[in-house]
Design a protein around this ligand. Structure first.
Ligand code: PXG
Length: 291
């Protein structure tokens, strides 16, 4: 396996970064998790746009051009012969000293891993997920915005630990006002009486690219997604709930905090959107192997 680090394609055993890298010391950095389907990188430009937005928000200077990162990403896929898989693109603050000051880090570190992906078991898509709500609140948008796809996932991990203790497969996080923000690694959608709802970004969610795709796919079946504050009650009484993310794709939820959602089976709207999403992933994206 070849991994890109700062301009070089290295063997996995040699792909190492410094213990003085602030990405490691402080979680000071940003990343993207990107899927490869059918020889194409799905939503590559959208991921790169979000990477640049995250960089801007944390005043991180990406030491490569957009085109250079795009090409390095595709080259990583080629060198590893991938047709389907997962790309982890990371930009850290770089090597500094043992103080938090980012000004002491002269150059950001860029690395790109392209690998196969271990999917959720098939049962999760046919039956759905059992989900709980964490006591750990989502970070406040005024502290550091969850819209920044930062390397600091401790907030999500604390919620995930609660989910593990509960025996849940995913975990809902609420914001400081008690409204639903998102899950630890996915956005959340609720269907009630034919309408689709999702929390707004300012409730403490990442602006998920899969979330955005769902807005478009919903429109294609004549439905508008309404961005609005949701409470746990709204989840309990939902007809259907599904989660979205590059990793999870579109995955149904059958239970939240012990309450069965709708019929307890995958609902018709979720099923339709799952099928449309699958078609889209197989038919669009940036080609890795141009003939
Ligand atoms: N919220 C959070 C906190 C995330 O980490 C999403 C929402 C969905 O965003 P996208 O743009 O992917 O639709 C994420 C993304 C994994 C994995 O292996 C997780 C994500 C992405 C890729 C892989 O768990 N989460």
């Amino acid at each position: 396996m070849k991994i890109f680090i700062d301009g070089q394609y290295l063997d996995k055993a040699d792909a190492k970064i410094s213990v003085f890298d602030h990405g490691l010391l402080y979680g000071d950095g940003i990343f993207e998790g990107i899927r490869i389907y059918n020889g194409r990188v799905f939503l590559l430009d959208e991921h790169l746009d979000r990477l640049w937005d995250s960089a801007k928000a944390i005043m991180l200077n990406i030491p490569m051009t957009y085109e250079e990162i795009k090409e390095a990403t595709l080259e990583c896929c080629r060198l590893n012969g991938l047709k389907d898989g997962y790309i982890r693109l990371v930009v850290t603050r770089g090597v500094g000293n043992l103080g938090i000051n980012p000004e002491k880090c002269p150059k950001a570190t860029v690395f790109i891993i392209a690998d196969t992906i271990s999917l959720y078991p098939e049962e999760c898509y046919t039956k759905g997920l059992r989900v709980n709500t964490a006591a750990t609140q989502r970070i406040n948008v005024a502290a550091w915005s969850p819209a920044i796809k930062s390397l600091n996932y401790l907030n999500n991990i604390l919620a995930k630990i609660e989910g593990n203790l509960y025996g849940a497969q995913e975990t809902v996080m609420l914001n400081q006002d008690g409204y639903v923000a998102e899950c630890t690694g996915d956005n959340i959608f609720v269907l009630k009486k034919g309408e689709i709802f999702t929390p707004p970004i300012y409730a403490g969610a990442l602006g998920g690219l899969t979330r955005k795709v769902i807005f478009d796919l919903a429109k294609s079946i004549g439905k508008t997604v309404v961005e609005t504050n949701l409470t746990r009650y709204d989840l309990f009484v939902a007809d259907e709930i599904f989660l979205t993310g590059s990793g999870a794709e579109v995955v149904p939820v059958y239970e939240v905090d012990g309450r069965t959602i709708g019929s307890g089976h995958v609902g018709p709207v979720t099923e339709k959107l799952m099928a449309l999403f699958k078609d889209l992933t197989r038919s669009t994206g940036v080609e890795i192997y141009k003939s």
